[in-house]
Each structure stands twice: as structure tokens, then as C-alpha cells.
Design a protein around this ligand. Structure first.
Ligand code: UDP
Length: 322
């Protein structure tokens, strides 16, 4: 198969390219390097089954050309990361809504299967667990910019589902929960790379809020495996599917665990949300996925334990000499 990976120079995208190449597939990447980097795909550059284009997914002519020559699309290109979205609210909404509309419209024009990446953010402020794909969604007001990320991704989901219902477009929406591993940068707010780099430098580990908020973390290879299985299983058209680990941990305990696993002397400090993110910020206090649907469709669910995920990621940052 020839597969277009939008956002293929990003953290998840570049690992997906590695997996696809290892499976013998042909890979075409489009990435505007807004949060991705050429370094992530440098090792693939001379591969005969790999090509990349540095451009935006808003370039409709190029998207037309690339989708026409591929068999299917994995659409990962998006504004990602709470910090990034808060700092770039307008361009984030444009990329997420208009870019996805272009990807879906063009995939539909050529009748190509497309996986659309959404996010666990769309669940909003739930306190129950696990979160299932047909749960209600709960957001704060639009003055709290964080929710624009969820709302823009939700528009993507509605658009994809509308293409499925009205045009029978073969599309699957994936809601990725916090994904962790090598090549992820802490620059856009992601907690694990930030904590690990702070721990390895013996800098204070910065827990935002009181640290009682929880997350589950998924190893990058588990996420790319799940995406590949959804791409090839022949099932799931018109479905929304969670991809995530299920080991829940508070952010305060995560800080302690990373400090311990990295043998760090860091102090753990608590920073109020308004100091970390500015005014009008609201956190999601709990986020745990149900992976029943993923399991039912593919016979697979993420399996790497949290300790293993953290140790592998610490190893990566240590090797990078942070
Ligand atoms: N967080 C933190 N310290 C940091 C970065 C993030 O305590 O340096 C917290 C953040 O407030 C949130 C959790 O860690 O409660 C996960 O944040 P992240 O931005 O990684 O992802 P989110 O799940 O919020 O999209």
C-alpha cells in the first residue's frame, strides 16, 4: 500500500512512518514543521519507499496530488498540545478545521480510506472512568480557550461522520489519549517529557495545580500498532475509536515516580494553574479510556506498562544528554 501520513514529521507521525516502512509499505509525508521536525524523519530520507513534502495541509492542490496517488490516508496533522493551542488559538482552529475538511473532501473525491486523528480532549470535564466513545461531552465556556481544541477536533469528527453517512467514505476517527515516547518534546506542554527533562537536570519538577488530576499514558509503539491494525483490519468504517493505556495515575504521583525512576534529586514543586497557563484555564481532572471497541475491532489493546513506558522514555532523554 502507499499511505499518505499528514503530520508525518511529528512525534506520532514519524513513528508511524517507521512502522509502515518496516511493514513494507510505501509512505508519503506532508508536514509544515509547525510542531514536527525534519530530524524525526532524517533516518528515512534516502529510503526508496519514503518521500516527504514540507508544506501545509491547507495547500489544497498539493493535497489533491498526494491523495490521488496514495491508497489511503492517515490524517495526523493538527495543532496539538494544550500550551501550543493556548498560545496559537486562531491558527490552531484553522489548521484543525480547514485542514481536516481538505483531507476528507479530497479522500472522498478519490474514494480513499482515511483515518482521522481526534483526541481524548473531546471528552471534556468528565470525572467517571472509563470513557466510552458514545459518552456525552462536557465543556466549559468559549472564554476558556482550552475548549477550542476539543471543539475544533469535535467538528473534525462530525465532518468525518457526515462524509461516512452521506458519501459512504471509509473513515475511522481515533481518539488518542496521552501518548508518550522518544521524539516527543516538552515544548508544547506535554507533561512526561517535561518532568523527565526536569528530573534528569535535577531542576524542580513542576506539578501544575494540586497534582490530584489523573491521566493514563500510552507508549508510542502501542499507538502506531493500533493505527496500523485499524488501517488494515477491514472493519470500523464510520466508528470513533479510543486508543489509550488504562493505568491511571495522579500527576503528583507521576512526578514522584519519574523522580525515582530517573534517580533524580529534583524537588517537586506545585504551581497554580494561572501561573502555568494564564487566566481562565481549566484542567481536565480525570481521563481514562475504555479500549473495548479497539479490542473488538482489532483484537489488540495497548500493553506497555507505565513503568516500562517511563523507563524507555527516560533512557531516550538520557541518551540525548539532557
Ligand atoms: N502538567 C504539569 N506540569 C507540566 C505540564 C503539565 O503538572 O509541566 C499537567 C497538566 O496540567 C495536566 C497533565 O499534566 O493536568 C497533563 O498535561 P499535558 O499537557 O501533558 O496533557 P493534557 O492531558 O492536559 O492534554
Amino acid at each position: 500500500m502507499k499511505i499518505l501520513v499528514t503530520g508525518g514529521a511529528g512525534f506520532i507521525g514519524s513513528h508511524l512512518c517507521d512502522l509502515l516502512i518496516s511493514k513494507g509499505e510505501e509512505v508519503v509525508v506532508i508536514d509544515d514543521l509547525s510542531t514536527g521536525s525534519l530530524e524525526n524523519i532524517a533516518h528515512l530520507n534516502s529510503h526508496p519507499r519514503f518521500e516527504y513534502h514540507v508544506d501545509t495541509i491547507l495547500n489544497t492542490d498539493l493535497m489533491d496530488l498526494l491523495i490521488a496517488k496514495c491508497d489511503c490516508v492517515v490524517h495526523l496533522a493538527a495543532a496539538v498540545g494544550v500550551k501550543y493551542v493556548l498560545e496559537n488559538p486562531l491558527s490552531s482552529i484553522e489548521t484543525n478545521i480547514l485542514g481536516t475538511e481538505t483531507a476528507l473532501k479530497t479522500a472522498n473525491k478519490y474514494g480513499k480510506k482515511i483515518i482521522v486523528a481526534s483526541t481524548s480532549e473531546v471528552y471534556g470535564k468528565h470525572m467517571h472512568a472509563p470513557l466510552k466513545e458514545d459518552d456525552n461531552l462536557i465543556y466549559g465556556p468559549p472564554s476558556t480557550m482550552r475548549w477550542s481544541y476539543a471543539a475544533s477536533k469535535l467538528v473534525d469528527e462530525f465532518t468525518a461522520l457526515a462524509y461516512y453517512r452521506t458519501k459512504k467514505l471509509d473513515t475511522i476517527i481515533i481518539r488518542c489519549f496521552n501518548t508518550i515516547g522518544p521524539r516527543q518534546t516538552g515544548l508544547y506542554g506535554m507533561v512526561v517529557p517535561r518532568f523527565i527533562q526536569q528530573a534528569l537536570r535535577d531542576d524542580p519538577i513542576t506539578v501544575f495545580g494540586d497534582g490530584t488530576q489523573t491521566r493514563t499514558f500510552t507508549y508510542i509503539d502501542d499507538v502506531t500498532t493500533a493505527i496500523y491494525k485499524l488501517l488494515t483490519c477491514g472493519k470500523g468504517a464510520g466508528e470513533v475509536v479510543n486508543i489509550g493505556g488504562t493505568e491511571e495515575i495522579t500527576i503528583a504521583d507521576l512526578a514522584k515516580k519519574i523522580k525515582e525512576l530517573a534517580n533524580s534529586n529534583s524537588e517537586i514543586v506545585f504551581i497554580p494553574y494561572d501561573k502555568a497557563y494564564g487566566k481562565d484555564f481549566e484542567d481536565m481532572m480525570r481521563r481514562v479510556p475504555s479500549v473495548e471497541k479497539l479490542q473488538a475491532l482489532t483484537g489488540y489493546a495497548p500493553e506497555t506498562s507505565l513503568d516500562e513506558i517511563l523507563l524507555k522514555t527516560i533512557e531516550y532523554f538520557r541518551a540525548k544528554a539532557y
